[in-house]
Design a protein around this ligand. Structure first.
Ligand code: PLP
Length: 369
């Protein structure tokens, strides 16, 4: 039987190099094991149950999700789930309670309102949920903003019969400096984490779990005392932004969008059949231009995007593609690019050896159990 190759894929197509991906997974699993950290990867990057199962097989203690769709789909994979997103709204709570009947679920939140809704739903459903208090470590997105606020919320959780206080959660997504320049921000983060832990200890609510971590800071997580687990997501595939930050090598980018050159009529440019609906229009903040770059020729960016057209800027290269030639584009932000595709083809070299449905894309809780 002949093995299909990527030449047989209609384009644009999502492709993952499994050798590169497995090395990314093994590197992070090895790092967390060496430093006694628990790994709870965020599956928002791949949204694929089969890849989540692979993360668990390689030593992850559980999975992190943001949407209820992700939670429901990943509930079938096994392992503990952390919903790192306030479960506000009946449809979220209903789906969460159905899931919590036979899956160990913990939830991070930052308000008395979200807590009251969750507590009431848990009491109605007769399930027990572990709750982490999220604090804002500097991203200014979610999270209480003072240790006193964290203590107040933790007290309410501990007093609720259907809920259990699990500890603290923060997301250091504001640290996007080049890796060698993160030292100052990490020091501030370590001091903040220490303040929150100390305040909870003083209130007799010592956090069993302190959940942190992002891909750009992942390998410095052991420098933040008190952190017990990390939740990197992007690291499974990496992307152009991660590489430009120095948080991975270009060769560590496992995910590409396979595209076909469809026009070379305009001098100095080539047009591919992957536009904003295949790559996503996200700029690289501060460190470069364009919306992606060619895997084999990183100096060639996707300089412009229409919905179905990507415009390669050839000015930095002598390479002149033929019409019909295929290229592989590393997107700026892999998580949002993956979410545009129904399936990812897993390749070793040019051979397609697996298919990974992106089963948890979009938001609706979808299949109920
Ligand atoms: C709450 C939370 N945890 C973890 C992650 C994973 O971070 P990264 O994408 O840097 O791997 C994210 C990413 O958005 C997140 O929002």
């Amino acid at each position: 039987m002949t093995v299909p190759t990527i030449a047989s894929l209609p384009t644009p197509a999502a492709v993952v190099d499994l050798d590169v991906m497995e090395a990314n997974l093994a590197r992070m699993a090895g790092y967390t094991a060496r430093h006694g950290l628990r790994l709870r990867p965020h599956i928002k990057t791949h949204k694929s149950p089969r890849l989540a199962a692979e993360q668990l097989r390689l030593g992850a203690v559980g999975l992190t999700v943001a949407t209820l769709r992700e939670a429901v789909v990943m509930g079938s994979v096994g392992g503990e789930l952390l919903l790192a997103y306030p479960p506000v709204g009946d449809w979220r709570l209903d789906a969460l309670m159905r899931l919590a009947r036979d899956t160990a679920v913990s939830v991070a939140l930052d308000s008395a309102e979200a807590l009251a809704g969750l507590g009431a739903a848990a009491a109605r459903a007769g399930v027990r949920i572990t709750v982490l208090v999220e604090f804002d470590a500097g991203m200014r997105r979610c999270g209480v903003s003072t240790p006193a606020g964290a203590v107040a919320l933790a007290r309410r959780i501990a007093a609720h019969p259907g809920l259990e206080f699990g500890g603290l959660l923060f997301y250091p997504g504001h640290i996007r400096d080049a890796v060698p320049e993160q030292t100052g921000a990490l020091r501030v983060l370590a001091a903040d984490v220490a303040r929150y832990i100390e305040a909870l200890r003083a209130a007799d609510l010592a956090p069993a779990v302190v959940s942190g971590g992002s891909t750009p800071t992942a390998y410095a997580s052991h420098e933040v005392p008190g952190v017990t687990e990390i939740r990197p997501g992007t690291y499974i595939f990496n992307d152009r932004t991660t590489a430009l930050m120095g948080a991975c090598a270009w060769e560590d980018c496992a995910f590409t969008v396979l595209a076909t050159v469809i026009s070379t009529a305009v001098p100095g440019a080539a047009v591919i059949d992957a536009g904003s609906k295949a790559l996503f229009r996200e700029e690289v903040r501060g460190r470069g231009t364009g919306f992606g770059a060619l895997l084999d020729r990183p100096a060639i960016p996707v300089a412009g995007l229409s919905e179905e057209h990507g415009i390669l800027d050839l000015s930095g290269s002598d390479w002149r593609p033929r019409i019909g030639e295929r290229v592989r584009v590393v997107p700026n932000h892999v998580c949002v690019a993956v979410n545009l595709h129904r399936e990812i083809a897993g390749v070793r070299g040019d051979a397609i050896v697996g298919r990974f449905p992106v089963a948890a894309r979009h938001w609706d809780p979808g299949p109920t159990r």
